[in-house]
Design a protein around this ligand. Sequence first.
Ligand code: ADP
Length: 534
Amino acid sequence: MLGAMQDWTMRVTHVVDHAAREAGSREIVTHWADGSETRTNWAGIRRDALKMAQALERLGLKPGDKVASIAMNHSRHLVSWFGVAGMGGVLHTVNPRLFEDQLEYIVNHAEDRVVIYDAMFQPIIDLMKDRWPNVEHYICFDSGEHVTSFEDWIGAEDGDYRWVEGDERDPCMICYTSGTTGNPKGVQYEHRSTMLHAMAGLQPAAFAFSAASVMLPVVPMFHAASWGLPYAGAMAGIKFVFCAVNDPAVLHEMMIKEGVTDSAGVPTVWLAHFQYCDAEGIDLPPLKVATIGGSAAPKSMIERLMKSGIRVQHAWGMTETSPIGTVGGPTHDWEQMSFEEKVAKIQMQGRPIFGVELRTVDLDDFTKVLPRDGKTSGALQIRGPWVVKRYFKAEEDAVTEDGWFDTGDVGILHSDGTLQLTDRTKDVIKSGGEWISSVELENAAVGHPAVAEAACIGMAHPKWDERPVLFVVPKPGAECEAQSIIAFLSDKVAKWWLPDAVEFVDDIPHTATGKISKKDLRARFADYRLPEAE
Ligand code: ADP
């Protein structure tokens, strides 16, 4: 027998309805790629989303149809998140930095019928148009000659529209993984999973948004739903500041000018911001909260932010987990901790937010669940209502029989629930039968004053199987020697972890989402031989 509470389908349209009703005048500011700025608010976002839903129906789209966006962060992109979902469609946020073959694959695989793009990505459209036979309409978020401009297109509608209703388990967004192996895989987020994920993201242990928050999300809207920030922010009725360009000078100026309190991005974004401030001889912006995720936040980065009085939230997740799995921030014993202890705590990936469960299993035997003892590392698995069950169009589930998704990450669980990520399964270096964490070596190395960026990969070794080699990009003008880096690392990691070689490079390859691409680094140094392996 059911209880007697009201029916209220968990559809994301409720989120924008709420924001428009309860925080309608709260601003949404955009700094566009051409340097201009516009202001709208939550009421305006909803009004435009209603018009967009109407316009999509006029194009003949039906519930379940897919609409691709190839766009940076801005208010019109935000409108499309709700406009597409509002007509029952599925928004496919495409990462414009993907390679041609991946772009071809995902738009065809998703069967996108409409593509909405920023003018700066017109070259991608020109290049790909012939390779996307399913796409019937192209709309440009900006105005220009020979394009259908978004504002004109939705401007033809009156907005007298009712959101399409449907099941809360209908999909509303599809995101593809960046395909580090094989083809990218599509993860379909549901209205319900998105809603639950966003509600969980509001917890003080996660984003801790309030009506006083002003958020500038640097994490792109095309990457793992911008960590769910647009939905969580709408629920809390926060002010958003979007930058359609990722230039640290612009980000910095907007943060100061608009009174930004919160920001979120991958470590490389923060690194670029530090370098900008150093070059200009200025302080970091007066943020309250900096969320770092997507890759491990290096110790030196955490220290610098904390010393500037900024609270650091270190989050872990992946496209398959909507993406938030864990978030680390101050705990009950925070005030009793020394600065060093606080930094060490934040360096770990935090604790699962309510809704997801974690476990680690033996790397060689997935049926063996490992203890949460703070020292045993294993394959990290996760389950929960916003974790993928089956990839789009896949024939088999992506989870174990008891519903766990294997993340491909390697980590340690501590007794207080803290996750300490040690590596990715394919990046750990196996030396003499023991595991070496490439991530830990990299993080330690970037603490060296002359190191701008570092990446560590295992190289074949006749005796030990693999040995670590560290690739280092020196800071501009810095004097940097291999010996000094090895000496610097020697009291930070076990002696047998010390890299067999340190190689200086001008740059380290990155993935489309700004993370170090070990795959490309390995390819670049495919012919590399360790001195002893000659
Ligand atoms: P991809 O990089 O393959 O496109 P995601 O963006 O979904 O996919 O990345 C997910 C992966 O990023 C995780 O499995 C993990 O390896 C890594 N990652 C995410 N957050 C962190 C973090 N805070 N610390 C270390 N690694 C992280």
